[in-house]
Design a protein around this ligand. Structure first.
Ligand code: ZN
Ligand code: ZN
Length: 103
């Protein structure tokens, strides 16, 4: 299993990024890109740790809030392109087919 390329710490990404709170209990792994691209996400480390509330509860969570899901996808693309250097944008477009940074 690849490690996340989006975050270094095992803590809720949303709690940290939006509320500057460190949440380390009850974490669930969220694949930022799913469906037929889940294997690509796993291989490339396009996943984040989320607390249950920010992962899969109605309201502001990755599986219910479209804006939040898109923000995570943009963060994943940014990390992917930074990590993989020249050619990474073309590789992203070939695999994912959508540019979340210039949507
Ligand atoms: Zn959280
Ligand atoms: Zn998930």
């Amino acid at each position: 299993m690849a490690k996340s390329i989006i975050q270094a710490e095992k803590e809720c990404y949303i709690c940290r990024r939006w509320y500057n709170v460190r949440t380390t209990s009850g974490l669930e792994e969220h694949h930022v890109i799913t469906g037929p691209l889940r294997a690509f996400a796993e291989r490339s480390g396009l996943k984040v740790w989320l607390c249950h509330r920010h992962h899969n509860e109605p309201g502001y969570s990755a599986h219910f809030d479209v804006g939040l899901a898109l923000a995570l996808k943009a963060a994943a693309q940014k990390s992917y392109e930074e990590k993989n250097g020249p050619g990474a944008h073309a590789a992203w477009m070939a695999a994912v087919g959508k540019d979340y940074l210039n949507a």
